[in-house]
Structures are given as C-alpha cells and as structure tokens.
Design a protein around this ligand. Sequence first.
Ligand code: URP
Ligand code: ZN
Ligand code: ZN
Ligand code: ZN
Length: 464
Amino acid sequence: MTLDLVIRGARVVSGSSVATCDIGVLGGRIATLGTGLTGDQVIDAAGLIAMPGGIDSHVHIAQPSGPGIEMADDFASATRAAACGGNTTVMPFCLPEGGQTLREAVAAYRAKANGQCLTDVSFHLIVTATDPVTLGQDLPALIAQGLTSFKVFMTYQGMRLSDAEILQVMDVARAHGALTMVHAENEDAIEFLRDKAERAGDIAPVHHARTRPIPVEREATHRATALAEIADVPVMIVHVSNGAALDEIRRARGRGVRVFAETCPQYITLTADDLDRAGFEGAKWVCSPPPRDTDEQGAIWAGLDQGAFDVFSSDHCPFRFADSAGKDAPGARAAFRNIPNGIPGVETRLPILFSEGVSKGRMSLTTFAALTATNHARIYGLEHKGAIAIGKDADIVLWDPRARRAITQAALHHGADYTPWEGFEVTGWPVRTILRGRTVMLDGAPVGPPEGRHIARACAAVTA
Ligand code: URP
Ligand code: ZN
Ligand code: ZN
Ligand code: ZN
C-alpha cells in the first residue's frame, strides 16, 4: 500500500491523547498512524500540532437579511475564510424567504453553494413556519435526506415561533430523530425595552445591548429547556453569553433534560462597551445575544473549564459596516433597531480560542479539539469527521503554536469590511488546512480549486 500523503512528525491530537507520530492518508481518509511512514507526498510537520480540521457548526452564509442589506459572504468567500482559519467543515443555515417552502429553500442554498466551497458544507434548517406542509412533509423529508438539525428563534419579528409552535417543531424532531437548536431571547421583553429606549431617544448602537439584558436570555433559556423537557427531546442552546443562562442549562441537566450548549468567541473576548464606541462605530459589535462584561466572560470560562459547553462555534454572520452606516441605505440605519444583527468570525474563532485557551495554559489540546471539531461531529452526526483517527476523513489543520499575530482585517479573507477583533493579539496560528487529504490553505493563502462537498448526516446525538 502506497500512501497518497504522509504528514510527518507533528504532535497529533487524537481523541484523549497527544503523541508525536506520522499520519498516513489514502483516498482522502486517514489510513494509518505510525512512525517512519512514506508516501507519494510528504509534509514535514515537525514542530507543528496536528488537530482535526475545525468544524464550525454555526455560520450564516448568503442569508437574506432585510431590505437593503446583503450578507457580506457568499459560499466562496465564507469557505475561503473558514479554510484560512483552520476549518474543514462549516454548517450554515437554510432560511426560507419570500414564501419559499423549506424544501425550495434547501434547493436554493445548495445551488448557491455548488462548486463554490473550499470546505465541506453540511446544512441546518431554520424553521419559521409550522403549517402542515412544513411540519408534516418538508421537515420529515429533509431529515431523511440528512438535514438532521434545525434552529428555531424565540426572537426576531418574522422569524420567532411561539412556545406552542416550538413544541410542535420539537415533536417532529422527536418523531423523526433530529436535533432542535434554540436561539433563546425573550422577544416580547426586547420589544418592550426597545420601544421604551426609542421613546427616550436612546437609539445609539450600545442600546442594542442594553435592550437585550441578561434576564431576557436567562428567561428564554429556562423556557427553551422546559419546552424540550415537555416535548421529551434533546435541545441545543446556541450562543450562550452569560452565567445565568448557563445556570439554567445546568439546572435542566440536573432534571435529566439532554441539553447541549454552545458558546462563541465574542462571549469570552468582547463586552457591551465595544458597542459604546464613539459615533456609529459600535455597530460593528452588534450581535444577539450581545457581548456582556468581564464578569460574564469569567462565567463562560468557568463553564468551558467545567465541561458545561459542548461546542464552541463562531455564529459567523457577516455584514459590511459600510452597509449599516451607509447614507444610501433605506431607513434610518442610525437607529440600533436597523443595524443587522451579527458579526464575522469564521476565520478568527480557532486562533482566538487557541490563544486564549491553549497558549495561555487554561485549556488542553484535547479539550480544544473536542470543542472545535470532535463534539460538533458527534452531536450533529458528521460520522466521518472530527477526529484524527483511522477511517475518518483526512481533515486536518496544522498549527504553529509559536506564531504570534495581531488579527487585522487586511489579512482576513471574509467578505466583511471589518473584524471586531482588529488588533487582537494571538499566539498560535493555523498554517495549513487539509480537506480529505488535499491542502486548501497554506501559510495564510487559500489553495483551490473549490472541491467542498455537501455532507448528509445521521442524527448521532439523538439516536446515541
Ligand atoms: O446576531 C446574531 N447572532 N446574528 C446571527 C443570527 C443568529 O441569531 O444567530
Ligand atoms: Zn441566533
Ligand atoms: Zn447564528
Ligand atoms: Zn436519524
């Protein structure tokens, strides 16, 4: 057997072990782990760390985003940025628009992605309707096709579902074996606070954060876990931003509810003060839930330390600051209500966690791999992904743990026109990303052609 590729001499992070060895790749899969391997292509990786390629299970790409606002990334730019940030799989959402059925939306997103992607792609759904066609036909059919997870929103006008509707969706998830992801914020409370703020003339970006305070998320997190308990299904609470919401998750787990939890780089590195920067600058940090304060960052770190979080994702949702601030944009963008929610982060997620966690000595390499790849694969059912192990796809990222960088917009590859982490200093940087045995990023530059595939999934977390 002649191996196609040998990655020689890296410290290999594999499951619960870290050992220096060679990785042998054949036919795009990991064929062997050993020493003294030879093959057609040899990559000398001495001094580097080999990790499972990052799986970012929460990204938004080319989603419709309201009048006059387009998302800053298409599938080409988002997956280029993802690969440059050490990722080999991204999991974006299919959101029906303008009367589309869910099945039509999936077809449309597949068409947008086809032939464009430098990483593999596996879609989630967003369920915004609970009519008989959606719940009775489309969802079951799409689950059977391997789209085994869907997000529901408790916030955002036009997208939010009522508690009764969420229970109906969870019941479909239960019957057909899918995982429900919940965006937990109380929309009624937000609207009350937003109207009140606007009446007082408080329309600057920082009021986005002030009108989505912690109890808004804590209450909805409690309700989401209770609904999952009532429907008797597992649930994923996405983008948890604070300790009180995490406590609700801990309590639900204590009652025996299967609750998975996700957090994101913004909740360990940014604060609401970022939204309070001079002029309209704060719009660059508008996301939901909003970044909190250093105490809450500490609570999220405590959760990471204790294993309370299953996955660390980016919630990449890129907009152009120029669009938000643009004088030609329709409506008064100057009001925080009109700033599209979301920040870019698919390229910076892994370096931020590596630097803040691994390089600062507070997170092991194996925990890093679990939070950034292995657990995403296990929970969402990407059975060939997420680990450097024999038989898995050869999705590997090589890290230089000594590389020191300041994150800058100029060096990133996404379509947004800024990064919320401009000037943020990190130690540790991905230097080569390998997708099914082929290099897709080398020394910071994307390497084509775009051969990313659509990955259908079984629902491991539900059937396990
Ligand atoms: O502000 C955010 N997070 N925008 C992206 C959509 C979502 O809610 O995840
Ligand atoms: Zn969300
Ligand atoms: Zn999101
Ligand atoms: Zn299944």
